[in-house]
Write a protein of this length. Structure first.
Length: 98
């Protein structure tokens, strides 16, 4: 298998490149990503990692507008989904009018 390294400009859809981000959004993402990698331990089980990733998603994007819940408890154990927005106000990372 040959890996090809792409720049963000080549790998992202052109529509995403047109979106503007505020500096505080970028800093929040960076801070939470560093925290995510610091919390990951390779000797832990998948359930432990699921909680870490869930915390990252909530703290970075979904805390004010979405919930991350288990989906179909009878199906696959631990499957997750992101529910529709619960608040009328968005946090700048999605469309609050969905």
């Amino acid at each position: 298998m040959k890996l090809t390294i792409l720049t963000p400009q080549k790998s992202l859809n052109k529509a995403y490149l047109k979106q503007s981000l505020k500096r505080d959004q970028i800093e929040l993402f960076r801070t939470n990503l560093v925290r995510l990698f610091e919390r990951i331990r390779t000797d832990e089980h998948e359930e432990h990692l699921k909680n870490i990733v869930s915390d990252f998603l909530k703290d970075t994007w979904y805390k004010q507008t979405h919930e991350i819940n288990t989906s179909g408890r009878g199906r696959e154990w631990g499957a997750t989904d992101v529910t529709e927005p619960m608040l009328a106000q968005g946090n700048g990372f999605g469309d609050p009018n969905r």
